[in-house]
Ligand binder design. Structure first.
Ligand SMILES: NC(=O)c1ccc[n+]([C@@H]2O[C@H](COP(=O)([O-])OP(=O)(O)OC[C@H]3O[C@@H](n4cnc5c(N)ncnc54)[C@H](O)[C@@H]3O)[C@@H](O)[C@H]2O)c1
Ligand SMILES: O=C(O)C(=O)C[C@@H](O)[C@H](O)[C@H](O)COP(=O)(O)O
Ligand SMILES: [Zn+2]
Length: 364
């Protein structure tokens, strides 16, 4: 078992990574149950694929499931209201722990509900998509989307425990696996160049479901995230913002495609990372060979790397208008996560939005 920790004083918690953890869920979750019961929030697809296994793994602890529709559209006011009402109807108390059992959508939504019900109760993450295992289950960012933009309403609310069982990925489809892979690549590109070289060599076998490789990559990405979150929990020190590499561009692409299945979050991040590298090349910050290497690797895994791959027009003004809703905005300026090369991301406050518009106008 790999045990990692997010060091946040009283809000510190462990992240356990082990194959078969779900089958032994009671060992780790029985202490969170009240009257032998745990409320589990999941989506229809995850519950159909893995719910029985979790219920068995909980042994004598009874799961009280709240099952929501799958997909990004569930990160909405309507589903949040429904979830909060269900939690209250089940009599959730402040000291209770809700179990978020699903991908990033369920984690972000159930985490946000946990942050606001009774002015805050506990929660545990059992991430079931690769994206949630390497990224969204750790760090306490919870949110819903609103018409103005992605993740614009939410809270920082840390889980008490994260249980990662890579074997649950056996039922995840290949496109979703690739989307999660994009966030692993992001962690390598931020400040772990050796991990990127490792991914270039092992990525294809990892995406084929090779368990040892999945475990290694999940642990590496989560270790990187845990370190950065511990240094800058609320993204105020210019450190956590690095985790947004590819996201300023990526969130604009998600907005343009209506947060739909047309473009998954991880796919938007892949295309956004390529934009961040190419923009850094244009600013003479990053060697063009690094940008080409990154694009080649992402494209080789089948991820979109160009606006044309997504079917989006190169309309700089439109895309920058989406970016203006970014939570990192400060006094009308947007920090951009740029790079000096693979493993050398940094936050740049000096970017003019006109420059970004012109850059995007030339992306095909
Ligand atoms: N809070 C954070 O720090 C953070 C970080 C990254 C992404 N996110 C958010 O996460 C969301 C994306 O998460 P996601 O990619 O996991 O999407 P998701 O939650 O929609 O899951 C993807 C799809 O896979 C299915 N699925 C999940 N696990 C499965 C399994 N084991 N077997 C079969 N099907 C399974 C789900 O039902 C869903 O249809 C976005 O909203 C993004 O903004 C948040
Ligand atoms: O945890 C973080 O911090 C991240 O930025 C991780 C991102 O992968 C994730 O998509 C996050 O939800 C984006 O945050 P946002 O604040 O830009 O909405
Ligand atoms: Zn992300």
């Amino acid at each position: 078992m790999t045990i990692l920790n997010v060091a946040l004083g009283q809000r510190s918690y462990d992240i356990l990574v082990e194959e078969g953890l779900l089958d032994r869920a009671a060992d780790h979750l029985a202490g969170f149950a009240r009257d032998g019961r745990l409320i589990v929030v999941s989506d229809e697809t995850v519950w159909a694929a893995q719910g029985e296994r979790l219920s068995r793994g909980l042994g004598p602890v009874q799961a009280a499931p709240i099952i929501l529709p799958p997909g990004e559209a569930s990160k909405s006011w309507a589903t949040l209201a429904h979830l909060v009402d269900r939690l209250l109807a089940l009599g959730v108390e402040r000291r209770d722990h809700i179990v978020a059992f699903g991908g990033g959508v369920i984690g972000d939504l159930a985490g946000f509900a946990a942050a606001i019900v009774n002015r805050g109760c506990g929660f545990v993450q059992i991430p079931t998509s690769l994206l949630a295992q390497v990224d969204s289950s750790v760090g306490g960012k919870t949110a819903i989307n609103v018409p103005a933009g992605k993740n614009l309403v939410g809270a920082f609310h840390q889980p008490s425990l994260v249980l990662i069982d890579p074997t649950v990925l056996a039922t995840l489809d290949a496109r979703q696996l690739r989307a999660g892979y994009a966030e692993i690549v992001k962690y390598a590109l931020i400040e772990d160049a050796p991990l990127f070289a490792w991914l270039e060599e092992n990525g294809p076998a990892l995406l084929g479901g090779e368990p040892g490789l999945l475990h290694h990559a999940i642990a590496a990405a989560v270790a990187g995230k845990a370190r950065i979150v511990a240094e800058d929990e609320r993204e105020t020190l210019g450190r956590r913002a690095l985790l947004n590499l590819g996201h300023t561009f990526g969130h604009a692409l998600e907005a343009e495609t209506g947060y739909s299945d047309r473009l998954l979050h991880g796919e938007a991040v892949a295309a956004g990372i390529v934009c961040a590298f190419q923009f850094s090349v244009e600013r003479r910050l990053c060697p063009s060979a690094d940008a080409e290497r990154v694009q080649a690797h992402l494209a080789a895994t089948g991820l979109p790397t160009r606006l044309g791959d997504i079917g989006i027009a190169a309309d700089g003004r439109r895309l920058v208008a989406h970016m203006m809703h970014d939570k990192k905005r400060e006094g009308g300026r947007l920090p951009f996560i740029l790079t000096r090369g693979i493993g050398q991301a940094f936050v740049d406050m000096s970017v003019e939005l006109e420059e970004v518009e012109h850059f995007l106008d030339r992306r095909a």
